[in-house]
Structures are given as C-alpha cells and as structure tokens.
Write a protein that binds this ligand. Structure first.
Ligand SMILES: [Zn+2]
Length: 374
C-alpha cells in the first residue's frame, strides 16, 4: 500500500504524512493509494472494516483508534425487490461517519497531532468528537449558534469543546478554518483520510455479496461523505482487478435543497428551503465537481425526493423495525420510487444504506408523530 496526497486543484503532490491539512494553494487534498485485497488474510481478521488494512492510507503496524466497530449488517428489503439495506446506524456513535473519523483520527494520532477542529453540528461532529476522545486528542467543534442544544449534547458529552458561531453555516466553516491555521482541520469534507475511511462501506458490500459488486447503490448526498467514499472504494476494487465495473451510483437529495440535482440536470440552483433531511441540507457542497464526475463515470445520476416521500418512507421503515433519523429515509424513498417505476430491473442487486439512528432525532420524530394522520 503506497499513499500520496495530491492537490484537488493544482495537482501538486505531497507525502501522506505531510503536516498540512491542505495544499499550499489552499485547495483540499485528494489521496492516491495502491490498494490490495488479500482475501484469505482479510477473512482471517476480526469482522470490522479494519480488516481491509492493505487498502487504508495508514502506516504499517499502526494501532487503530477503534471503538470496537463491526461489519454492518446487510439485510434484504422486500419493499423494493432486489434491494438490501445496509445498517450503518449501528456504528458506535450512531452513523456511518465513524468509518471516516476512525481512519482520520488513527492517521492523526500516528502523526502526533494533539488538537483538532471540525465544523459540524450533526453526525460528523459527534463521530470526530468520539474518536478524538478515544485517541486522547483535544477537539473543538464549531457549530451554528442557532443549533438546538439536544443535537450538541452528544458532542459535548464526549468532552469536545463546542464553539457556537453567529451567522450563516458558511461563517461557521470560515471560523473553524481560521482556527485550524494553529491546529488541524479534521474535516469530513476537507480531509481525504475521512473519505478513505468511508470508502470501507464499498469493501464490506463487496465482501458481503460474496466478493462481487452490486449493480447499483442508492445513497443520500449532501457533502458526499458516503457517496464519494463508496466511489473511491469501488474504484480501488476495480483498479485491483477485484470487480469488473463500477456499480451505478445514484445520489439522492431532498427536493427542498438540491444543488447537485440541479447541476446534474443543468438547471439553475433554487434557493434552499428547510427539509427534514437535515444531514444532507447542504446548499453549496465543496466537492460538487467530484460528485458529478463520479455519477458520470458510474453511469449514475442524482435524484430528488419530496418531504412527503421522506416522511412516508421514514414510517414505512419504522413499521418494519428500522428506527432511523429522517435524513436516512431519503435514499430508501428514492429506491421505492425507482422500484415502482420499473427502474430497478429484476435480478439486479441494489444497496441502500440506513445512515443514521433515529435515537438522535427524538424531538423531530415526536413532532412527526403528532402530525401524522391515524
Ligand atoms: Zn494545490
């Protein structure tokens, strides 16, 4: 495994253990890696994403920052024939973001980093705070001042310092990046190590399907943490000769905030409105160009779902025993639509993640229950 940082803008390269969190030109790094998948060795190791160690950008023999993750279950979903749900909400902090945080914090601890900053009031903030705590690394999380206290409780409980910032979501990012000049920006959007953690989603799917790729993945997309991770993972498998083609990558946005769907159609971006799918309510994704490129390359697309579709799918999942946050209902809602339209051909395998637990969204879900007709 050989890893090297490559600037996403000027293409200048740097060693993977470079101290900076971005290129001198200011743009975020990508990361190039020659991944290998020794199946017999993989199968002998404990059942977690750490078993794909030859595909992770970490120094050999480096001790993982691990909270005891396991391979997340893949279960059939009869509501959409051919679809399987991957239960990502079963991670230690309640979302798939643990994949990225675990790999990033492992990299940072191995490098001797003592302090990080991140800006996220949601699942990424919780994941970075938890893995920083476990690694013994100081952590400050910048959040919009208007964020409800309930959402911040998990981050604060892990011992991270919560820094409220007045103004727009963009103002929060600007403040975090300014502080990161004296610290390290452990960003789920900026750091390529985060995406090279979330890519393990693809490796697990490949192994769980008997070492083959599915035909299609339907994934929620805001900043693209999971979407680009899945793309990187299947690209690694393709480059290593483990699969013959990329699966179709279908990104799903809430119609109320769908800049990527608009760009995909070549339409102007509408002003973002409020949506229940707060985890993908991103008006200006930093890695939009990479997301659209992954769609084109995989013969995929970007779709939208309405608020009523998110709500009805949320309850459909809950009535089947899956208690997820409303954001996690967006991709299954799109799967139901595609299935009803005959766009998931018989005999194909489609993967749909359930990205985050409903236990974090109790007040939102309680409000939904009040408005739902009997
Ligand atoms: Zn550069």
């Amino acid at each position: 495994m050989l890893a090297v940082l490559v600037c996403s803008a000027c293409r200048l390269s740097a060693p993977a253990d470079s101290p900076g969190w971005r290129c001198a030109c200011g743009a975020p790094y990508d990361l190039r890696i020659e991944a290998a998948f020794p199946r017999e060795a993989i199968l002998r190791r404990p059942a977690s994403f750490w078993r794909y160690q030859e595909a992770l950008p970490l120094p050999p023999a480096c001790e993982p920052v691990s909270l005891g993750e396991t391979l997340t279950p893949l279960v059939p979903w009869p509501d959409a024939p051919g679809c399987h749900l991957k239960l990502e909400f079963l991670f230690p902090t309640g979302s798939f973001k643990d994949r990225g945080a675990a790999v990033l914090l492992t990299h940072l601890r191995a490098r001797g980093v003592r302090q990080v900053v991140e800006d996220s009031s949601g699942n990424a903030g919780a994941a970075v705070a938890a893995y920083a705590a476990h690694a013994g690394i100081g952590c400050r999380i910048f959040v919009p001042a208007a964020t409800s206290s309930g959402k911040l409780a998990q981050i604060a409980a892990y011992g991270a310092t919560v820094v409220p910032v007045e103004g727009t979501r963009e103002a929060v990012t600007v403040s975090a990046r300014a502080e990161a000049e004296q610290s390290y920006y452990a960003s789920h959007v900026f750091s390529p190590f985060f995406f090279h953690g979330t890519k393990t989603f693809a490796f697990e799917v490949w192994e769980q399907l008997g070492f083959r790729a599915p035909d299609c993945l339907i994934l929620p997309v805001g900043h693209g943490t999971l979407f680009l991770g899945a793309y990187l993972g299947f690209r690694d498998l393709l480059a290593a000769g483990e699969i013959r083609a990329l699966p179709r990558l279908i990104g799903v946005q809430a119609a109320a905030c769908a800049p990527l769907a608009a760009a995909w159609r070549g339409a102007p971006t509408a002003a973002p409105e409020d949506t229940l799918a707060e985890g993908i309510r991103i008006a200006a994704p930093d890695r939009a160009a990479a997301i659209l490129q992954a769609c084109r390359e995989s013969d995929g697309e970007i779709l939208t779902v309405s608020e009523p579709e998110i709500v009805s799918t949320f309850f459909r999942l809950a009535r089947a025993g899956f208690y997820v946050e409303p954001t996690a209902a967006a991709a299954p809602a799109a799967a139901l639509k595609l299935s009803a339209a005959g766009r998931l051909p018989a005999g194909e395998t489609t993967i749909v993640p359930l990205t985050g637990t409903g236990l974090k969204a109790g007040s939102t879900i309680a409000a939904l229950l009040k408005t739902r007709p009997a």
